[in-house]
Unconditional design. Structure first.
Length: 244
C-alpha cells in the first residue's frame, strides 16, 4: 500500500468519525429543543450531516474500488470493515432515521416561539430515529481507530473479536433509548449532564482531529521509509554479483 493511499484513507476515516459525532450530538439533543422552530432546524442540520457522511462514504467506496488492484491484506480487510462497520449502519439510518428526520424537518412553524409539544418531543426521541445514528458513531470510532492505528495481520483475530462485541451495542442502546423516551417529559434538557455531554463531544472532536492528523503523518513517514528500504533491498538483490 502506498503512503498516499494510507494518508487519504485515514483522513477519510477521521472525518467520517467527526461528522458522526456531531450527528449523534444533534440527534440526541433534538428532543430537548424548547421551540418547534429550533427542533425543525436541528432536524435539518442532522440531515445535512448525514448527507455529508453519505457523500464521504461514496468517495470512500470509489477509493476502495480504485485501490483494489493493490490486492494486499490492508486494502481487502479495509473494504470488508468498511461495509460491515459503516455501510450497514448507514443502510439502517436510510431505512429508519431519514424518514423520521424529514417529518420533523417539515414541521409547520406558526410562531417562532411555539413550545414543542410532548408528542413532538417523543417523536424526536424515537428508538428507530436515534439508535441507528448512535450505532454509526460507535462503528465509525472503531473504523477510524483501525485505520489510524493499523495493527496488522498479527492482531486480526483480536480486531474481529472486538468488532463482534461492539455489534452487541445496539441492544444496549435500544434499551437505553426506550427508557429515555418514556421519561422524556420529565427532562427539559437543562440538566448539567447535557452541558457536560456537549463539552465532551466538542473536546473529543478537537482532540481526534489533532491527534489523527499528527499520528497519521507520523505513520506515513514510517511507511515511506519502510517502502524505500524494501525497494532498495529489492534493487540490491536484483543486481548480479561478479566473482573476481
Amino acid at each position: 500500500m502506498s503512503t498516499q493511499v494510507y494518508v487519504i484513507n485515514a483522513a477519510m476515516a477521521v472525518l467520517l468519525l467527526l461528522l458522526s459525532l456531531f450527528a449523534g450530538l444533534t440527534t440526541g439533543s433534538m428532543a430537548f429543543r424548547r421551540t418547534t422552530h429550533s427542533l425543525r432546524r436541528t432536524a435539518i442540520l442532522t440531515l445535512a450531516l448525514l448527507g455529508s457522511m453519505t457523500l464521504l462514504a461514496l468517495a470512500k467506496m470509489i477509493m476502495l474500488i480504485a485501490t483494489y488492484s493493490y490486492r494486499n491484506w490492508f486494502v481487502l480487510d479495509n473494504a470488508l470493515m468498511f461495509f460491515a462497520l459503516i455501510m450497514l449502519p448507514t443502510g439502517a439510518i436510510a431505512f429508519y432515521s431519514v424518514s423520521r428526520l424529514l417529518h420533523l424537518a417539515r414541521l409547520t412553524v406558526k410562531q417562532p416561539n411555539d413550545v414543542v409539544s410532548r408528542t413532538k418531543r417523543r417523536a424526536a426521541s424515537e428508538v428507530a430515529l436515534v439508535v441507528p445514528i448512535q450505532v454509526l458513531v460507535i462503528e465509525a470510532f472503531l473504523y477510524a481507530s483501525i485505520n489510524v492505528f493499523p495493527l496488522g495481520m498479527a492482531y486480526r483475530k483480536q480486531m474481529i473479536t472486538v468488532g463482534l462485541i461492539i455489534l452487541a451495542a445496539p441492544l444496549l442502546l435500544i434499551w437505553r433509548q426506550s427508557i429515555r423516551r418514556r421519561r422524556i417529559h420529565r427532562d427539559d434538557g437543562t440538566a448539567v449532564i447535557h452541558k457536560v455531554k456537549r463539552v465532551i463531544v466538542f473536546t473529543m472532536a478537537c482532540l481526534l482531529l489533532a491527534f489523527g492528523i499528527i499520528h497519521t503523518f507520523n505513520n506515513a513517514k514510517t511507511l515511506s521509509k519502510a517502502t524505500e528500504r524494501n525497494l532498495s533491498l529489492r534493487i540490491s538483490m536484483s543486481i548480479p554479483t561478479t566473482n573476481e
